[in-house]
Design a protein around this ligand. Structure first.
Ligand SMILES: C[S@@+](CC[C@H](N)C(=O)[O-])C[C@H]1O[C@@H](n2cnc3c(N)ncnc32)[C@H](O)[C@@H]1O
Length: 367
């Protein structure tokens, strides 16, 4: 199969361009994952920038599942204020060749490896940034990644097995993520929180605490960037945020102790680092997808809310027509509550106001 020259961001690279995206492509490239790659670029630009304080050593970046090399070439070209060393790896021979060709095309010189991802990570460690972007679950690569990340580094994880995490296949979730998923309006947020806990469990075995710096779900995948902090105390901080979800109709609560009909365990702490999101937002183009997503994530983060309320379902329960989401948010803010839309659902509201308050507002709006 012949590869095509593809352009994304500032990069040009070689990949299989087919109408049907599948694992079988000899040099895998999914144009729908551009947002995923753009967020990595923005995060690296913000988190590792040495504009304010130059670093003693370049940032060591690992792309163990690099495919066409698109992500790494973009990082190389689009993060000029980060001094960096990027190591590309893919065990597929065609990918290995395509990455080399892509680097040459962009006048870049970085090492390229053709090994099993775990061997590559363990042999070339340590790293400041490791990007695990596999087909399906990141599980097979977590152990080597957490062993090989430096203190204060970042581990980025993609999971495309959303059917397990969102409760279509609950047994697969139990098996792979050691947690019970939910299959209702909260399934995406709960799936993301279950994934986060699983990655954190891998880190804690080595006294490495992984705090979500940025997490989101988009189309068919989950994505989380973790800050890594070494030490038992930091791990205990993570552990304290492992909770269970209790659901009562359209209401819910994160609890310390499991009981009957509980979901999880899951990470009940913050999904995003407020300060980092603001920095990324400041350099993102507001009208493009990463800028739009970051704005919603920044608003969500401000509410400090676990879960969200689904207005259409609440209206249905109240036997009334669905309210305009913006009106409900405005009303909550008028009453002194922090409230925002959520990227998890077009009809969801994040707030700590509680279900009763939202029901009251919906009823008042119908009068
Ligand atoms: C989802 S693609 C990666 C996409 C890429 N990160 C991007 O942004 O376009 C997964 C890649 O991992 C490679 N791969 C799968 N298992 C691997 C393993 N155990 N070791 C090394 N490479 C592997 C595949 O050849 C494929 O190119």
């Amino acid at each position: 199969m012949k590869n095509s020259l593809v352009k994304e961001g500032k990069a040009e690279f070689y990949a299989s361009l087919e109408d049907k995206i599948s694992k079988k492509l000899n040099v895998f490239y999914n144009p729908r994952m551009e947002l995923n790659r753009s967020m990595a670029v923005l995060l690296i630009k913000s988190y590792f920038s040495d504009k304010a304080k130059p670093r003693a050593k370049p940032v060591r970046i690992a792309l163990p599942l690099a495919a066409s090399g698109a992500r790494g070439i973009r990082i190389a070209l689009e993060c000029p204020d980060v001094s960096k060393e990027i190591l590309f790896n893919d065990m597929n021979e065609d990918c290995f060749k395509a990455i080399k060709k892509g680097l040459k095309k962009n006048n870049l010189a970085f090492p390229v490896f053709k090994e099993d991802a775990n061997e590559f990570i363990l042999k070339q460690r340590p790293f400041d940034y490791i990007d695990i972007d596999p087909f399906g679950s990141p599980n097979p690569f977590l152990d080597s990644a957490v062993k090989s990340i430096r203190n204060k580094g970042i581990i980025a994880v993609t999971a495309t097995d959303t059917a397990a995490l969102c409760g279509t296949y609950p047994q697969a979730c139990r098996r792979k993520y050691w947690a019970v998923p939910i299959r209702n309006f909260l399934m995406k947020e709960i799936g993301l929180r279950i994934l986060i806990r699983k990655v954190q469990m891998a880190g804690m075995q080595y006294d490495k605490a992984l705090f979500p710096a940025l997490s989101y779900c988009s189309e068919h995948y989950f994505r989380v960037f973790f800050h890594v902090r070494k030490g038992k105390e930091q791990c205990n901080r993570v552990f304290r945020e492992f909770k269970h979800l209790r659901v009562d109709g359209l209401d819910f609560e994160a609890r310390n102790n499991p009981e009957k009909a509980c979901f999880g365990p899951l990470w009940a702490g913050e999904l995003n680092d407020d300060a980092l999101i603001k920095e990324m937002l400041a350099i993102a183009e507001p009208e493009k997808d990463p800028g739009k997503l970051l704005k919603t994530l920044a608003d969500e983060t401000e509410t400090k809310a676990f879960g969200f309320y689904e207005l259409h379902e609440i209206a249905k329960k109240l036997r009334t027509s669905p309210p305009r989401i913006i009106k409900v948010i405005d009303k909550l803010r008028e009453k002194g509550f922090c409230a925002s839309r959520t990227h998890f659902s077009g009809t969801g509201v994040k707030t700590k106001a509680g279900l009763k308050e939202i029901e009251k507002i919906i009823k008042q709006q119908q009068q």
